[in-house]
Design a protein around this ligand. Structure first.
Ligand SMILES: [Zn+2]
Length: 158
C-alpha cells in the first residue's frame, strides 16, 4: 500500500515534488489545524507540516504526522523519501498541477495539443488524465527528472 500525504500551506511547493515522485499528495491553505487533522484522518493521509505543535497534536489524535523543517524542496523531498521509505519510478509520475496519474502517450495522439516544433523535436510524451496537460523531456522537464533521480540515489536502499 502506498503512502498518501497531506501538506500544510507552508509546504505548498513540496506538494508538486511529492506528486512527481509518484505519491498522492494534496495541500490545504487557509484552514484551521483541526481541519487538517480531520482530513488526514478521513482520507488516511500522513500529515506533513512545518508546525511542530500541530505535529504533536495530530500524533496525539492518532494521525501519522511528521514535522519537516527543511527550507529547500529537494532536501525536504529527500527527508520524506528516507523517513517513509518512498520509492521513485518514472512510470509512476503524478501531475504536479492536479495530482492525477501521468501516462506515457503516443505522440501522434496529442499532435494537436503541442507546438509543431516540439512535436518534431521530441519523441517521449506524457499526458495527465486529470487536467490533460502534456509533458515532454524539454530542458525544464529534464531538470526536474534529474532532481528526482538525485533524490532517489541519495536516499539509498533501505
Ligand atoms: Zn494534471
Amino acid at each position: 500500500m502506498s503512502h498518501r500525504f497531506l501538506l500544510d500551506a507552508m509546504l505548498g511547493s513540496l506538494t508538486r515534488w511529492l506528486r512527481l515522485y509518484g505519491y498522492d499528495t494534496i495541500y490545504l491553505k487557509d484552514v484551521e489545524d483541526i481541519d487538517l487533522i480531520e482530513l488526514a484522518k478521513k482520507e488516511d493521509r500522513i500529515l506533513l507540516t512545518r508546525d511542530e505543535l500541530l505535529t504533536r497534536i495530530a500524533n496525539k489524535r492518532g494521525i501519522h504526522s511528521y514535522y519537516l523543517n527543511k527550507i529547500n524542496d529537494a532536501e525536504a523531498l529527500l527527508e520524506v523519501a528516507r523517513v517513509f521509505n518512498l520509492s521513485y519510478n518514472i512510470e509512476n509520475l503524478r501531475c504536479p498541477l492536479c495530482n492525477y496519474v501521468i501516462n506515457k502517450i503516443d505522440k501522434n495522439e496529442i499532435k494537436d495539443l503541442i507546438p509543431k516544433n516540439t512535436f518534431e523535436r521530441f519523441n517521449d510524451f506524457w499526458i495527465c488524465k486529470g487536467c490533460k496537460n502534456v509533458y515532454w523531456k524539454g530542458s525544464h522537464w529534464q531538470k526536474i527528472l534529474s532532481t528526482l533521480n538525485n533524490v532517489n540515489e541519495l536516499k539509498g536502499n533501505p
